[in-house]
Design a protein around this ligand. Structure first.
Ligand code: 0RA
Length: 653
């Protein structure tokens, strides 16, 4: 703990100055006006990120984080989350229970302090590491402020006590309800629909994060129950922790060695856990966490891991004379090809930096992780030479492929094939507008639909790129192979950004890239292949919300002169109801069945069209899906499509 600062209790005023994007004339008077939980209701997004779907789910995670803190303190072993019929939520844990006695200096019970004072943590002499002090770490009081009603029941010191709030204000004081032999806290809340634009919980969003938390905190049992619909239920409980996390991530890939390498070191109050395993794929999937928070932007722990991994492997292959003397060292990318890794550090005062505050800043962590990998992974390689050899061979093949890919890129570049200045692909019907922020590119399946789209479009700002036949599955080949494919090169040239190391989003030629394929199985497959292309070579385009999926209508309904389009079965049915008898129903099997005017009207006109924006809600779920759907194992693919049949529509893959 020597070089660590003691945890600073954050005072309320301090937090106010930090969190408010205040104008410079913001004074003490203003702060007084916004006392208690009022600021949270005035500016909810500032506390929970948004008042949409993400903020709504964040409420659950905020409560669960407190339960996880109890688990980190070694007390809580189980957390049960229930989504009720009315989209209210219950979280029950068997932790210590929120203190019920009076907090000195506040003259209020612990429960009231925790539920009504922002960042009340410090008032309980917090120690150890806390998730709830982490990223958003706003505290359960924010959940209370943003709930129409919240009830908290505490089982502590043999007694049950209960208290209720509405929109953050006490409506029922803390009341003793009698004896109990249980211990823990139950929080029930109903999000305030005056605050949230969306109040329907999505099972998948909750289950993903809860599963992740169970992986990251081995032994803890987290259950999720959905009382709406057919009563879906999940139990997440992993005695193997992040080792099972890595196995899970690699489940659809072919591991190159059986054993997941696992390193766990606790030193000076910091716990470092790393699990990793190489597989046959060409991608690198490393997930890093600090205090259970996904550090998507990486940081010192990730840097430490990467640099030590490269060093240890090079040292090993030199010592064992596996690499010839004249051959140069492996690069970091070489040794990480096909690597799946989870790095989880838990530390007393994490510093989160970066654009989305998901980059671990604490500089001392880099050295700590480096020396752990140096030592422990070094020993592992010495003791497990079979695996050492497998890693060497994978790195060697990656290094050769990287040379070949570079050569292919250089060749292509020399010939000017990826350079838009040379010439845009002949098939591209470009738009006349030159400002990319106003431009749209429709990627269309087949020449005939391409023809309709070219005629139907607004050529001022809409460009059309027809793709012929099946697009290459880039997940299955290396970059050098992919670049030999004409459709792939056409796509890259049209977009203008380049790929891999050359990728530069500022060169993007269109603000919206819209995939328009038939509404049938083939169309869905081609769409997946195009998405796989973006995911593999230009993931940032998806991350930044540039990629969309066009939604052509499924039916045309006609009665006399009255024509309507339906985009789903249920819409078809309600239009039939509306129009009455003798409705002529035409099912569109392909885009080619629509004439240019119809295509414009139903699918391309910004005033009428429906589009879905493609998002990577969670990188590791997305990886899983792409590997299942685009990987080599048809059995897995079928099983996935069957089990996700209804969701595949939502995911748009
Ligand atoms: C304040 C202090 C302590 C625990 C908690 C709050 C606490 C909050 C929540 C919210 C959901 N479950 C919870 N469990 C505990 C520490 C209590 C102590 O030191 O005994």
């Amino acid at each position: 703990m020597d070089n660590l600062q003691p945890e600073q209790p954050i005072s309320e005023n301090n937090e106010t100055t930090e969190n408010f994007n205040k104008p410079s004339h913001y004074g003490a008077d203003d702060i007084q006006v916004l006392e208690g939980l009022e600021p949270v209701r005035v500016r909810p997004a500032m506390y929970i990120g948004s008042t949409g779907e993400s903020g709504l789910h964040h409420l659950v995670f905020e409560v669960v984080d407190n339960s996880i803190d109890e688990a980190l303190a070694g007390i809580c072993t189980q957390v049960d989350v229930t989504i009720h019929k009315d989209d209210s939520i219950t979280v029950v844990d068997n932790g210590r229970g929120i203190p019920t006695d009076i907090v000195p200096g506040e003259n209020k019970s612990g429960v009231e302090v925790v539920m009504t004072i922002l960042h009340a943590g410090g008032k309980f002499g917090g120690s150890g590491y806390k998730v709830s002090g982490g990223l958003h770490g706003v505290g359960v009081s924010c959940v209370n402020a943003l709930s129409e009603r919240l009830e908290v029941t505490v089982y502590r010191d043999g007694r049950i006590s209960k208290m209720a709030f509405e929109r953050g204000k006490v409506v029922e004081p803390l009341t003793d309800l009698g004896p109990t032999d249980k211990r823990g806290t139950k929080v029930w809340f109903k999000p305030d629909n005056q605050i949230f634009s969306e109040t329907k919980y999505q099972y998948e969003i909750l289950s993903e994060r809860l599963r992740e938390l169970a992986f990251l905190n081995k032994g803890i049992k987290i259950t999720l129950k959905d009382e709406r619909g057919d009563g879906t239920e999940d139990v997440f409980h992993y005695e193997g922790g992040i080792v099972q996390f890595v196995s899970h991530l690699n489940q659809n890939k072919e591991p190159l060695h059986e054993q997941v390498i696992y390193i766990d070191v606790k030193k000076d109050g910091i716990e470092t856990e790393i699990a990793f395993q190489w597989n046959k794929s060409y991608s690198e999937d490393i997930y890093s966490f600090a205090n259970n928070i996904n550090t998507r932007e990486g940081g010192s722990h990730l840097l430490g891991f990467k640099s030590a991994l490269t060093r240890v492997i090079n040292k090993y292959v030199r010592e064992k004379k596996l690499l010839k003397e004249k051959e140069s060292n492996f690069s970091g990318e070489d040794v990480r090809e096909g690597l799946t890794a989870v790095i989880s550090v838990k530390l007393p005062n994490p510093q989160f930096e970066g654009q989305t505050k998901t980059k671990l800043g604490n500089p001392e962590i880099k050295n700590i992780v480096e020396s752990i990998i140096d030592e422990k992974f070094g020993i592992f390689l010495e003791e497990t030479p079979d695996t050492g050899k497998v890693i060497f061979e994978k790195s060697l093949s990656a290094s050769k492929a990287r040379d070949a890919a570079k050569k292919a890129r250089d060749d292509v570049r020399r010939k000017g094939l990826l350079d838009k200045m040379s010439s845009l692909p002949g098939k591209l019907a470009d738009c006349s507008e030159k400002d990319p922020s106003k431009c749209e590119l429709y990627i269309v399946e087949g020449d005939s639909a391409g023809g309709s789209a070219k005629q139907g479009r607004d050529r001022h700002y809409q460009a059309i790129l027809p793709l012929r036949g099946k697009v290459l599955n880039v997940q299955r080949v290396r970059t050098s192979e992919a670049l030999k494919n004409e459709e792939i090169r056409t796509l890259i040239t049209a977009l203008g950004t380049g790929i891999d190391e050359d990728f530069d989003i500022s060169k993007l030629r269109y603000d919206k890239i819209i995939i328009m394929t038939d509404a049938d199985v083939d169309g869905a497959h081609i769409r997946t292949l195009i998405l796989t292309f973006f995911y593999h070579f230009m993931r940032e385009l998806i991350m930044t919300g540039h990629v969309y999926i066009a939604q052509p209508p499924l039916f045309k309904l006609k009665k006399n002169k009255n024509e309507k389009y339906a985009y789903s079965d249920s819409e078809r049915d309600s239009i039939i109801n509306e129009l009455g008898d003798n409705v002529l129903i035409q099912r569109y099997k392909g885009l080619g069945e629509m004439n240019p005017e119809q295509l414009w009207e139903t699918t391309m006109d910004p005033a009428n069209r429906f589009m879905k924006q493609v998002s990577l809600h969670d990188k590791f779920v997305a990886d899983e899906i792409f590997h299942t759907l685009m990987g080599d194992d048809p059995k897995l693919r079928r099983a996935f499509i069957e089990s996700h049949a209804s969701k595949v529509k939502n995911l748009d893959i």
